[in-house]
Design a binder for this molecule. Structure first.
Ligand code: KPL
Length: 312
């Protein structure tokens, strides 16, 4: 199977690197020149959890989709949710892309809607992942933690392609399963991100703080409770005490700085619009008040804005 990974950041780098180590043909499509140059000159480095460095030299990176001289079978969209549209458009510039399947295991809501504006739903796979990684430097990713990846189809039904993609993940040592209720799982992951990411980003704490600092826990529970109301109004059945589950995830990933925390720390834009911001937008449509998610969203946007103004 020929795989294009759009975005050689933390998760894209980790997944693409693992696929290649398992013998798959992997090309990164990446807009950052430095990342492209580093991968082509030195390979992609995965820093394993025991500190050992795995250098993957069988991968190649390109900036321009036209440089991909073969027809891929799978396109993994591994960019932040606010960059999904650009990533899909760039991938559509690959010659003979018509038959490729697109897979998104990105955080947040709305990725499927964006991809399906350009790609027929029969060629889209969606999912969630509990793989964690950090981009240490261009072409260098640190593996933070492993957990299952769940994949399904927006049209439901386990397509032949799902089986092949599950093999790609499992052969690469990344546990993956098919789930018919993938939309439900995406919502559960969203709720985890709603209750952890913005609070850790704003306060500088590690994920563990959500479960150990009563003030952070209180905000987390309120944000998640609002999101449960929104989900349930949309017909996505989420249990009333899912806020307890969010605290469990915060404990289990306690030593991590959330992805949004990492973004804020290094002055990158965040996925706030696809996480707490998505709850606010849906809440408005459904007439469900979401003041805690609104406040978190506005505060994260304030930091983003300040950073971009300071950089001007
Ligand atoms: O998905 C995550 C993220 O940081 O985006 C969690 C589960 C909160 C782990 O850090």
């Amino acid at each position: 199977m020929r795989i294009i990974v759009v975005g050689a950041g933390a998760l894209g780098g980790l997944m693409g690197g693992r696929f290649a180590l398992a013998g798959r043909d992997v090309t990164f499509l990446e807009i950052d020149d430095e990342i492209v140059k580093t991968i082509n000159a030195k390979g992609l480095t995965i820093i394993e959890r025991d500190g050992k460095e795995n250098i993957v030299s069988s991968v190649r990176a390109v900036r321009n989709p036209e440089e991909i001289g073969h027809s891929p079978d799978l396109v993994l969209i591994a960019v932040k949710s606010y960059a999904t549209e650009g990533a899909v458009n760039s991938a559509l510039g690959i010659p003979s892309i018509e038959k490729a399947c697109f897979l998104s295991v990105q955080n947040g809501l709305g990725n499927l809607d964006v991809i399906s504006r350009y790609v027929d739903k029969s060629r889209i796979l969606i999912g969630t992942t509990a793989q964690g990684a950090t981009l240490e430097a261009p072409g260098r990713v640190r593996h933070g933690g492993s957990g299952p990846t769940y994949i399904g189809t927006p049209t439901s039904g386990e397509a032949e392609m799902v089986k092949r993609v599950l093999d790609v993940f499992n052969d690469a040592g990344m546990e993956a399963h098919y789930r018919e209720d993938i939309e439900h799982l995406i919502w559960e992951k969203l709720l985890v991100n709603v209750g952890i990411n913005a609070i850790t980003a704003l306060t500088g704490i590690l994920n563990a703080g959500i479960a150990t600092i009563p003030h952070a826990e209180a905000v987390s529970r309120k944000a998640v409770k609002e999101a449960i109301k929104v989900a349930n109004a949309l017909g996505i059945t989420i249990s009333q005490n899912f806020d307890d589950r969010v605290l469990e995830v915060a404990r289990a990933t306690g030593a991590n700085r959330s992805s949004m925390g990492q973004d804020i720390d290094v002055g990158r834009p965040t996925e706030i619009g696809a996480i707490n911001g998505a709850i606010v937008r849906l809440g408005k449509q459904l007439n469900i008040p979401t003041p805690v998610n609104w406040t978190l969203t506005e505060l994260v946007k304030t930091i983003e804005r300040t950073r971009s103004m300071n950089n001007e």
